[in-house]
Design a binder for this molecule. Structure first.
Ligand code: 4AD
Ligand code: MG
Length: 494
């Protein structure tokens, strides 16, 4: 009785605390007791000894656990397979094998959670990205998705740091909205009305006055309009929130739910806006190169492997080289009109290689055109400005030519449009006229218009699609693989 009490006491007070694997792998002095916890990536063995590669998500790298065969360990090892969770007490020793500096000589193994190899879907072999999308609840356990998870965090942090260091305030814009910010009409409706039994007005239309908010409500497509309200008092603000678009585009670059960063700055014109966008993109790329190199090197190898069967001219630039390239070169800045001239006169257009041929000024650019400008013509990121007003939103600052607006889109290799922004129309009458022309109801936007009535000033902003940025940084080809649980048409698992 007494003995058992002391045994418990001893165990509690002298239990070695857990060290995370990234810390263990950095240790230069070996030869001390440690405890490590994680999930088994692989197990292989010989007659006398087993090797377990353990990973806890703190780094892309595994730590090797060496287990000597004896009666007790044999029984445990039989139950340890890929995917199992372990706690290992042992000695951190210098590794004799190549590839790692240190390893763990296990003195005590504890199985925290088993993973039956007949059922666990992630076996130690190459799985396709499509297969892993169906196993999104487990895919963080793979090297690829843990690397993406860590980089995603680093990019969120870098974006907040970039703005904080420059005196911007982060503002929360609402997620449920009573207005259609972009006038695009691709919104998800929010209601508590009984869909089986909708209250109707005498004219047969739905009576939204009986809905939760007393009017029709939607999920926001952008935080911009509210960010503008804040910028017209706080000067420099940014939002970083989820946005929702019910566009039925099943592409590798569209999500129904994605995250957007929207800075908005009073007293900025379109050129200040472009400078900020370029600075921000370069800052976060630089941050990734400085803080995520292990993960980037892994993803670079993954990409190389994936593209090894492609023809040389179809392969992407090596990932880290590509990031450095964007960092080191000024973005090309041209007008929409110049871009149309380039596209119209391109061999690509003449040989009818575009799906949508460019014929006239005024055409909306498709991602094939954007990528042509970036990848084939300029071979670097491009910022396009002064688009035709008819293909852009109502709030953009109108140029004196009466035809164009002070929009700016940043186009990236592999992605196409990564940022969309503009200087805003700050003149009350011009904005009100444009809203009327575009049938934007003034009664739901009166508050936005009022900012142009009281102390209006020139201002500008932009929106960065966070997952498009993640595509670029990670070199992944499908936007469904850079957000943990993607929402796309006909897809709402997890
Ligand atoms: O160009 P967009 O529609 O601009 C706005 O929403 C403005 N209110 C931004 C502003 O000026 N404050 O969207 C901005 C960016 C795009 O450039 C793209 O990177 C991303 O958001 N984006 C999407 N990303 C993933 N899936 C989608 N369906 C996206 N739609 C836009
Ligand atoms: Mg856009």
């Amino acid at each position: 009785m007494k003995f058992s009490f002391f045994a418990k006491f001893y165990k509690y007070y002298f239990k070695v605390k857990r060290t995370e694997i990234n810390e263990l792998l950095k240790t230069t002095e070996a030869g001390h007791k440690i405890n490590v916890k994680g999930w088994v990536r692989t197990k292989r063995g010989s007659k006398n000894v087993s090797f377990i590669a353990l990973n806890d998500g703190s780094t892309i790298n595994n730590i090797q656990v060496v287990v000597e065969m004896n009666e007790e360990n044999d029984k445990l090892l039989e139950r340890i397979h890929t995917g199992a969770a372990l706690s290992v007490d042992g000695m951190l020793i210098e590794s004799a094998g190549s590839g790692q500096r240190v390893e763990v000589q296990a003195t005590k193994l504890e199985i925290l959670g088993e993973a039956n190899p007949n059922e666990y879907p992630l076996q130690p072999k190459k799985h396709s990205l499509e297969f892993l999308r169906e196993k999104a609840h487990l895919r963080y356990r793979t090297s690829t998705f843990s690397a993406i998870g860590r980089i995603r965090h680093a990019m969120i942090f870098a974006i907040h740091k970039f703005f904080n260091d420059r005196g911007f305030y982060n503002v929360h814009s609402p997620i449920i909205t009573g207005s259609d910010a972009e006038g695009a009409g691709e919104m998800f409706q929010v209601t508590t009305l009984d869909l089986e039994n909708m209250p109707k007005n005498p004219d047969g239309k739905i009576d939204f006055s009986r809905d939760f908010f007393g009017k029709a409500a939607n999920l926001t497509v952008s935080g911009q309009l509210e960010a503008e309200l804040a910028a017209l008092a706080l000067s420099k603000v940014y939002t970083f929130g989820p946005t929702f678009r019910a566009e039925n585009s099943n592409t590798t670059r569209h999500l129904a739910e994605f995250w957007m960063i929207e800075p908005e700055m009073a007293f900025y014109d379109i050129n200040d806006d472009m400078d900020l966008a370029e600075d921000m993109l370069k800052y976060v790329i630089d941050y990734a190169l400085e803080h995520c190199m292990d993960d980037l090197l892994f993803l670079s190898k993954r990409l190389e492997e994936e593209e090894k069967n492609k023809k040389a001219d179809e392969r992407s630039m090596e990932l880290i080289e590509k990031l450095r390239f964007v960092l080191d070169n000024p973005f090309e800045r041209i007008t929409y009109t110049e871009a149309i001239d380039i596209l119209k006169n391109s061999n690509h257009n003449k040989k009818k290689k575009f799906q949508y041929l460019i014929e006239d000024w005024g055409a909306d650019l498709q991602s094939e055109h954007e990528r042509y400008l970036v990848e084939k013509h300029f071979k670097k990121p491009v910022i396009l400005t002064n688009y035709p007003k008819d293909i852009k939103a109502f709030y953009m600052k109108q140029n004196d030519d009466g035809k164009t607006v002070r929009a700016m889109d940043v186009l990236f290799p592999q992605i196409g449009e990564i940022i969309g922004g503009s200087q805003r129309e700050e003149v009350y009458s011009k904005l009100a006229d444009r809203m009327a022309e575009m049938h934007i109801p003034e009664e739901s936007m009166w508050w936005y218009l009022e900012t142009r009535k009281f102390g209006t000033v020139p201002h500008a902003g932009f929106g960065l699609g966070f997952e498009r940025l993640m595509l670029f940084i990670t070199g992944m080809g499908n936007i469904r693989d850079v957000i943990p649980f993607p929402r796309t048409p006909q897809n709402l698992e997890f």
